[in-house]
Design a binder for this molecule. Structure first.
Ligand code: GLY
Length: 586
């Protein structure tokens, strides 16, 4: 069977290379203006990749290829997902990881109940509510973001292993083999890899182990086209292959993590590592115009607020109002503000606090909120505070989506928080530690790195999981898996994922167009609509006329999606916003 490359990046995609060559040839022959050549390239952003047996969309070509091979060799979606997860830890160290955590949503192809695996990091036992405040009660961001104390107890190894144990058909050793090979023998550096290391140079070079692991001996970043090897990471991964999760949470790797902590006032102890447990959670469930939406439950806020916002927007004829029209964007922004105000007050780890998920995701609460939206005026965020869901009550990242020949679907988002996490590499073990502790509320009302406000529900407590926005999502239609999606992007993950759902369900876009279309975001505070380039000046003017402050933002998110057509055809959509993204099917 043919394999189809879905990477929209000209430097990597074969389709794009041919388009480029054709465009150049035509330009030379008939003097076609440059804009036409670009338009030909732009076309790649709107055509999904097709397959019938399996489809993988990840943020790195090599991870996509490796996961697809697992499917071609008879593995299922979970086998492919776990293999991709470990491969990304090698090829994309800025977000792929074994030093962080995340969430996996699995929906079996036979219509059985979807399941969420929560492998979010936890606060070490030594963590305290005020650990990131100085003597004057001010939050010290340097400590919550760029110190050893910023690291939560990593969950990725335990989470991916549990997924394989529950639903996989291959061994952990098999799932790790490609990653170990890539780490030991190296891989060809893409331009994005070099650019990332150059951009983060200042905060990465201050840690000797990070400098030695990711930069050349002369201090330069590995150059595009060169081969990049990670022998220490290869050994770390080999220990997991040999001993299972114990090869990470106990023994040599655990010793290296604990020694790293002890040298720099970090908090993670051997006991924290040995007692880390991933959790099986019931996904948040809602409906939107006849589709069943399954997404991540607390300690992520993602699923709760995607369902809440969709419930509000269901009251409007969004398709008629039009894609990215001022009328649609206004209603979306107003709904987003209400949801993010609730997020700040109510959301936290349900193992520690009660989160009114049922109320927040109920149609009744959404109707009450929708009634407060003025179609002709933006309500300033200062006039909005968290609502009362109680009456309805009975919770730099990377994402990949995979569907196998049996229709099983995996939607996985995992992270070390910032690009390169804390920037701290565990000396001798070759992997970066997360700085996920910054996702807790260091002090009520003080925004985290994403400008998100938190309160009591998300205060730091030993063993607690910090609130996330990660939103791995699976949509079912008539009981069968239909759309698998999710994104990185910090606070924008929720709204990014939401817009792909709306683009498919409301605006009837194919999956690649739905992924590529320009996006907007509002998170209550700051009180502004962030818009990517691509919205018309007329739309922006109309929104400003309604009272919105609009700011043009950099690209938001990097959605990787798979859509299953009614006849079973698989469509992959990789996000052109991340240059190494690739969807491939067979
Ligand atoms: N670290 C970003 C998130 O989990 O939402």
């Amino acid at each position: 069977m043919d394999r189809v490359m879905g990477n929209p990046q000209p430097e990597i995609s074969r389709k794009c290379v041919w388009s480029l060559l054709a465009a150049l040839l035509i330009t030379l022959l008939v003097g076609l203006p440059q804009a036409r050549a670009q338009a030909i390239l732009e076309g790649e952003r709107f055509h999904p990749v097709q397959g019938t047996q399996g489809m993988v969309a990840t943020s790195h070509t090599l991870a996509t290829e490796i996961a697809l091979e697992v499917l071609e060799n008879g593995g299922n979606a979970v086998d492919a997902a776990v293999t991709a997860g470990f491969a990304l830890a090698v090829t994309q160290p800025r977000s792929g990881n074994i030093g962080g955590g995340g969430f996996m949503l699995y929906a079996p192809g036979d219509g059985g109940a979807p399941e969420a695996i929560d492998y979010r990091e936890t606060a070490p036992a030594g963590a305290t509510e005020t650990m990131f405040q100085n003597a004057d009660g001010e939050v010290v961001q340097q400590r919550s973001r760029f110190s050893h104390q910023a690291a939560g107890v990593p969950g990725t190894v335990a989470g991916l292993s549990l997924a394989l144990e529950r639903h996989g058909t291959i061994s952990l050793e098999q799932a790790l083999a490609p990653a170990i090979k890539l780490a030991r023998e190296g891989f060809e550096v893409p331009r994005r890899f070099t650019e990332g290391l150059e951009q983060a140079r200042e905060r990465l070079e201050r840690w000797p182990a990070t400098k030695a692991t990711f930069y050349n001996a002369d201090g330069s970043a590995p150059q595009p086209g060169s081969v990049f090897r990670q022998p220490e990471l290869a050994d770390t991964l080999q220990r997991i292959a040999d001993q299972g999760p114990k090869g990470f949470y106990e023994g040599e790797t655990a010793r290296l993590i604990v020694e790293e902590m002890q040298r720099h006032d970090g908090l993670i102890t051997l006991e924290d590592l040995q007692t880390y447990q991933p959790a099986i959670r019931e996904p948040v469930h809602g409906t939107y115009r006849g589709h069943d939406i399954y997404s991540m439950s607390p300690p992520s806020s993602g699923g709760t607020h995607i369902v809440q916002i969709l419930n509000i927007l269901e009251h409007y004829p969004i398709a008629e109002l039009g894609h990215n029209s001022a009328a649609t964007v206004h209603r979306m922004a107003e709904a987003m503000k209400l949801a993010y105000a609730d997020r700040a007050k109510y959301l936290g780890d349900t193992d520690f606090v009660d989160v009114p998920v049922t109320g927040l995701t109920s149609k009744g609460y959404a109707a009450a909120l929708q009634a407060t939206i003025d179609p002709d005026r933006a309500r300033p965020s200062s006039e909005i505070s968290a609502g009362n869901p109680a009456p309805w009550e009975s919770n730099e990242t990377t994402h990949f989506s995979i569907v196998d020949r049996w229709g099983n679907a995996v939607s996985n988002t995992y992270t070390i928080n910032f690009s390169y996490g804390s920037g701290i590499t565990v000396a001798g073990a070759g992997f970066l530690l997360n700085n996920e502790m910054d996702d807790f509320s260091a002090k009520p009302g003080v925004p985290n790195a994403y400008g998100l406000i938190g309160g009591e529900a998300n205060k730091i407590e030993p063993g607690k999981r910090m609130l996330s926005s990660m939103s791995p999502t699976i949509v079912r239609k008539d009981g069968r898996n239909y759309l698998v999606t999710g994104s990185p992007g910090g606070s924008r993950i929720i709204t990014t994922t939401l817009q792909v759902l709306m683009n498919v369900i409301d605006h009837n876009m194919n999956i690649q167009s739905a992924v590529s279309a320009p996006r907007m975001h509002h998170q209550w505070l700051p009180d502004e609509i962030r818009m990517e380039q691509g919205f018309s000046p007329d739309t922006i003017e109309l929104l400003e006329g309604l009272g919105h402050k609009v700011s043009i933002s950099r690209a938001m998110g990097a959605i990787q999606s798979v859509l299953i057509g009614e006849d079973g055809t698989l469509y992959g959509g990789a996000d052109p916003r991340r240059s190494t993204s690739a969807a491939m099917g067979y």
